[in-house]
Ligand binder design. Structure first.
Ligand code: HEC
Length: 92
């Protein structure tokens, strides 16, 4: 698990605007944006690195990820990964 400061991440999702699409609680605010609450940190770090390098293509996320520093990625992913979920599956 990568390092990252959850408190700093909580600030950064505001200043970097992540929360306007992915929510403060990690639940998506846009039909096209995925939920990030409780998502694996390593997975999110890999996704953001791929958006930043352009290997994973999405106009919005390529623009968002480009200026991110490794420390920003570590902090925001630490925050979203730390959100705890309860789930309820639909009846069969
Ligand atoms: C304007 C809306 C918007 C903003 C702002 C935004 N995102 Fe996204 N994000 C999206 C969309 C839409 C996708 C899905 C892109 C795709 O299809 O690959 C996405 C995908 C992602 C993914 C990949 C999730 C997965 O399941 O593969 C991560 C991680 C992510 N965003 C993190 C962030 C972080 C961190 C920030 C702030 C620095 C941020 N996003 C800001 C809209 C946004």
């Amino acid at each position: 698990m990568a390092d990252g400061d959850i408190k700093a991440g909580a600030q950064k999702i505001r200043t970097l605007q992540c929360q306007s699409c992915h929510g403060k609680d990690g639940v998506s605010k846009l039909p096209g944006a995925p939920n990030l609450a409780g998502q694996g940190q390593d997975y999110m770090i890999a996704a953001l690195g791929a958006y930043r390098s352009g290997e994973r293509k999405n106009d919005i996320m390529n623009t968002i990820a480009k200026p991110l520093k490794d420390a920003d990625i570590a902090d925001v992913t630490a925050y979203y990964a730390a959100i705890q979920l309860t789930v309820k599956v639909p009846p069969p």
